[in-house]
Structures are given as C-alpha cells and as structure tokens.
Ligand binder design. Structure first.
Ligand SMILES: CSC[C@H]1O[C@H](OP(=O)(O)O)[C@H](O)[C@@H]1O
Ligand SMILES: Nc1ncnc2[nH]cnc12
Length: 294
C-alpha cells in the first residue's frame, strides 16, 4: 500500500461476510484504541488494487446493530490505510417503486439512533464536521457507473432512515418515516457515515432493498426469513458491483482532491493548549493528518 494511494474498503452488511476473487488474501486483526472491531479485516488485491473488507456484524452475523463498535471499525479501516469506503447494506423500502432487489445509492440520512457512540471527538478535543452532504458524490458517481456496467438496476439518490433496532419499526413509525419523505430504512449506516467523515474517509452506501417494511398493505410484517431469501440474491449482485467499481476507483485521478479527505481541516475547536495528550494519542489515525502525527 502506498502512503498516498487509493485503498478501497468494503463494509459488508447482512448476508455479506466476505469478498471472493481476491488475491493475496489474509484475515488480520487490527487493534484500535476504541475497542474491538466487528472482526478481523480481510486484506487482499483485485487486479493489483489493494482492498480491505470488514463484515459489519462479524463473520456468522454475531453482532446486532446497536452492539457494533462503529468507532473501532472505522478507526481500524483508517489504520489499514482505507481512503474510499463502500458500505453494502440491507434495507427495507418505504416506497412502492423501490421493489425488493433494487439497489439505492443513498445520498442522505436521517439518524434516529440513540444508543451508540457517534463521534471520535469530545472531551479533550472537540470537533464539529459538516454532514450536510453525508456521502461522497465521487464514490456515488463510480457506484452508479459500475452498476450500469454490471447491468444492475440502481437508483441514484435517496434518504436512508437509520433506526436503532434491533426490532423492526411499528406501523406508525413506518408511516411517519414515509411522511418525512424517507426512501429506505435500515439500522447501521449511522453513525458509520459520520465517523467515516470524521476520519476523512470517502464513504458511500449501496442500500439493497430486501423488503417493504410494514407500511405496505400486502407486507404487514417484516421477517428475517423473508429478508434472507432476497439477501442471498442481492449479495451476489453486490459482489458483482464491487468487482466493477474497483477499477473505476483505482483510475480516478480526482480522488486525492476530494473534499471528504479534508473534512477536519476547519473542524477542531479546542485550543491547542487545552487538548488532552491522551485523547490526541487515540486520535493518531483518525486525525493524524491535522494533528501533525502523519
Ligand atoms: C437482517 S435484516 C436487519 C439488518 O440488516 C441491515 O444490516 P446491514 O446494514 O448491516 O446490512 C439492517 O440495518 C439491520 O441491521
Ligand atoms: N424493514 C427494515 N427495517 C430496518 N432494517 C432493515 N433491514 C432490512 N430491512 C429492514
């Protein structure tokens, strides 16, 4: 891995616990001061391009959305050198026309989670980053082009409502989210997207519809069994999409200039003399660029 080169990361959600076709692949533990990542990271190469994969729920799907250590996951991916991060996630549809099997390249989130650590920053070093545009448009462009190349129907843009879970939503909640104009619902992309931005990693998500949530008159219950049936087919197509997006990201000469990679530039507010050295130590990977550590 070159210090400044592109390293592509994938976070696999429900149904995606590894990536195939990688050469030189190895699972390796990456330690983080923020605790235990969901699993070891899978390192490998696709046509010479370095890749890193992390199964969000761990291999075997052991970790529920509220129990995922999102900070450790993003910190570990940053330590592994990841610059461009693609999330692959199962979601419910809040719109009739987003049928199960549709891929949505989401571009907005509404964060309704409440039981998660949402920032690397706080006491010892306070920072405020912009989340107006929470996903990287450059990655979105490449995902859209890769989906077209792979013959996958992908809708560009959409608002992903992130609920705490692990229970699925009530009918009243599902209707409320529809009235807010949300398009899909899931449990994991926040705080993941916030933390990726804090870590200056470009982030985008492929939200793969598995069900109609409970608002739909013909689908008044969501069940894991029904979701898993769609997941298996979605997961195969997601792997296909990954294969197509890698060469595109690799060839992107604009990547180093992407604004996501400078998200912390004007974000730190704690005066240097009041910054806690221990906290600065934890932030060596996430904020090393602006703290002068790397
Ligand atoms: C198995 S359905 C519910 C589960 O799937 C989604 O996870 P991910 O985004 O990791 O694919 C959803 O957010 C829930 O965690
Ligand atoms: N209906 C739904 N609600 C929340 N998360 C989901 N993941 C897949 N389907 C979902």
């Amino acid at each position: 891995m070159s210090e400044k080169g592109t390293v592509i990361g994938f976070i696999g959600g429900s149904g995606i616990y590894d990536l195939d076709g990688l050469s030189h692949q190895r699972w390796e533990k990456v330690a983080s001061p923020f605790g235990e990542p969901s699993d070891e990271l899978l390192f490998g190469e696709l046509d010479g391009q370095p890749l890193v994969f992390l199964p969000r729920h761990g291999r075997g799907h052991r970790i529920s959305p509220s129990e995922i250590n999102y900070r450790a996951n993003i910190d570990a991916l940053k330590r592994a050198g990841v610059t461009d991060l693609v999330s692959m996630s199962a979601v419910g549809s809040l719109r009739e026309d987003l049928r199960p099997g549709t891929f949505v390249i989401a571009d907005q989130f509404i964060d309704r989670t409440f039981a998660r650590q949402k920032s690397f920053f706080g006491q010892g070093l306070v920072a405020h980053i912009s989340m107006a545009h929470p996903v990287c448009g450059r990655l979105g462009d490449h995902l859209q082009a890769a989906a077209a190349e792979a013959g996958i129907e992908a809708v560009r843009g959409g608002t992903y409502l992130v609920m705490e879970g692990p229970q699925f939503s009530t009918l009243a909640e599902s209707r409320l989210y529809r009235s807010w104009g949300c398009d899909v619902i899931g449990m994991t992309n926040m705080p993941e997207a916030k933390l990726a931005r804090e870590a200056e990693i470009c982030y985008a998500t492929v939200a793969m519809v598995t069900d109609y949530d409970c608002w739909h008159p013909d689908h008044d219950h969501v069940t894991v069994d029904a979701i898993v049936k769609v997941l298996v087919a979605n997961a195969d197509r997601a792997r296909g999409l990954a294969g197509h997006v890698v060469p595109q990201l690799r060839a992107d000469a604009q990547a180093p200039a992407c604004s996501c990679r400078r998200a912390l530039e004007h974000a730190l507010i704690t005066a240097p003399a009041h910054r806690d050295p221990e906290v600065l130590g934890y932030l060596d990977a996430v904020a090393g660029r602006v703290l002068g550590a790397r």
